[in-house]
Design a protein around this ligand. Structure first.
Ligand code: DMJ
Length: 509
């Protein structure tokens, strides 16, 4: 095991990656490794971004694309070789931008139920004529970004509103344990009562699982497992998932939607590999039939649905292949990756990019390219074929940084992707909290183990003094240099999260 220690949480990082007995010096950048472009875009953002604009924005899309993208870039800045400001990851320009953007979304959560409106004006807040009807995913897809923000900035409001929204949906589930598609956030009445795992609902379930992994939150996982039971009971037929009426469980649409193809990946995160593979293979047959996934597929008829024949190069099936390949190493998953690459290359490549396929039956193209094609589809495809990428790391390597709150481990693996495929480093969430009780307890234990007389109170007081200094970052670093007083944890404990998120299960201690 090696670690690279950067005394000030600064930019210096040269990593020795060992492979097959030999060792290779490699500078690890962001996922695809184009660090200079990363740097250029960060500069562009710093020079141009202004969220004080009179624009009505989707709360959901702004969160997953803008807030999630900025947070992820902030957390990857060190790996990308950016010059970091002192105190990173608890501060930094990208984090401030993410916070600015998220603050613009907060007025949407000011409802009678805590569930948010779907749209907010970035300058004026919620429009007085705004509809109170929001889709389920639009209510329940915030916990990853908002909890990350709260843990990094110390402002608990973000995590609080995201949790309230999750509980709002949980409280509104039907007696048979299902949620519908659209809800009135003022009255908690379901306006669209189709229950399923696809459009309008998908990322709510995704965020319960990933939120549970990121935050080691048993309650969130318990909620998902309860939903999962109802979903398996009422919507699953021959490893396909259909749409049902949320109160009665009767089938309303025997349809597979391409958005639902994220589900096997999510199942693999909770360790349900057998079911995940069977469903994946069903979806893969549809891919083979058309060279892509139509937006809707009528399961009994085995064919596309009128006006839903397009394939906008969505990521979901490839995303599932990436997770399942990690779990099983089954070569079928790489075959899907190869097929996807060939289809995308042969069918959709045009002079200026990759075009949405308008109709999978004749492979005619549309004049548009979705941003999720680059953010997600390409990223998952790349990661499927790059098992050595740091994103897949197992915690045997990490970085150590010093923040105003003490030393902490980052980059130890267990990355949690938000629903727009922006990875969040779970370890970083433990860097910025004032309350070091947990850490001190571990340090006390180590002290005891090495038979050092545990002067607990003095030790803690010393820590508190550090935290109370005017510039604790400088003082702490200086102190380390002057007195050579190093942390008792010579082998820093890896974030709890990253140790346990391999198959996504939350294990109770
Ligand atoms: C993405 O914008 C997100 O993954 C969202 O949750 C639903 N799916 C699209 C891409 O298909």
């Amino acid at each position: 095991m090696r670690r690279s220690e950067s005394g000030k949480g600064d930019v210096e990082e040269t990593r020795t990656k060992e492979r097959g007995g030999g060792s290779e010096e490699k500078r690890w950048g962001e996922i695809i490794g184009n660090s200079s472009e990363f740097q250029r875009v960060v500069n562009v953002l710093q020079d141009t971004v202004d969220f004080d604009i009179d624009v009505n924005a989707s709360v959901f899309e702004t969160n997953i694309r803008v807030v999630g993208g900025l947070l992820s870039a902030h957390l990857l800045s060190k790996k990308a070789g950016l010059e970091l400001e002192p105190g990173w990851p608890c501060s930094g320009p990208l984090l401030r931008m993410a916070e600015d953007a998220a603050r613009k979304l907060l007025p949407a959560f000011d409802t009678q139920t805590g569930m948010p409106y779907g749209t907010v004006n970035l300058l004026r807040g919620v429009n007085p004529t705004e509809t109170p009807v929001t889709c389920t995913a639009g209510v329940g897809t915030y916990i990853i970004e908002f909890a990350t923000l709260s843990r990094l900035t110390g402002d608990l409001e973000f995590e609080k509103v995201a949790r309230q929204a999750l509980y709002g949906l949980w409280e509104s589930r039907s007696e048979i344990g299902l949620v519908g598609n659209h809800i009135d956030v003022m009255t908690s009445k379901w306006v669209a009562q189709d229950a399923g795992i696809g459009a309008g609902v998908d990322s709510y379930f995704e965020y319960l699982v990933k939120g549970a992994i990121l935050l080691q939150d048993e309650q969130m996982m318990a909620m998902f497992l309860d939903y999962n039971k109802a979903i398996q009971n009422y919507t699953k037929y021959d490893d396909w998932y259909v749409w049902v009426q949320m109160y009665k469980g009767t089938v309303s649409m025997p349809i597979f939607q391409s958005l639902e193809a994220f589900w096997p990946g999510l199942q693999s995160l909770i360790g349900d590999i057998g079911n995940a593979m069977r469903t994946f293979l069903n979806y893969y047959t549809v891919w083979k039939q058309f060279g892509g996934l139509p937006e809707f597929y009528n399961i009994p008829q085995g064919y596309t649905v009128d006006k839903r024949e397009g394939y906008p190069l969505r990521p979901e099936l490839i995303e599932s292949a990436m997770y399942l390949y990690k779990a099983t190493k089954d070569p079928t998953l790489l075959e899907l990756g190869r097929d996807a690459m060939e289809s995308i290359e042969k069918i959709s490549r045009v002079d200026c990019g990759f075009a949405t396929i308008k109709d999978v039956r004749d492979h005619k193209l549309d004049n548009r390219m979705e941003s999720f094609f680059l953010a997600e589809t390409m990223k998952y495809l790349y990661l499927l074929f790059d098992p050595d990428n740091f994103i897949h790391s197992d915690g045997s390597e990490f970085d150590l940084v010093v923040t105003p709150y003490g030393e902490c481990v980052v980059g130890a693996g267990g990355y949690v992707f938000n629903t727009e495929a922006h990875p969040i480093d779970p370890a970083a969430l433990h860097c910025c909290k004032q309350d070091n009780t947990e850490k001190w307890e571990v340090e006390d234990l180590v002290k005891e183990f090495f038979s050092v007389k545990p002067k607990t109170e003095t030790f803690r007081k010393e820590k508190v003094d550090y935290l109370n200094q005017r510039d604790p970052f400088v003082t702490r670093t200086q102190n380390r240099i002057n007195s050579k007083r190093t942390s008792l944890l010579h082998c820093p404990s890896q974030a709890f999260t990253s140790k346990l998120s391999i198959l996504g299960q939350v294990f109770l201690e």
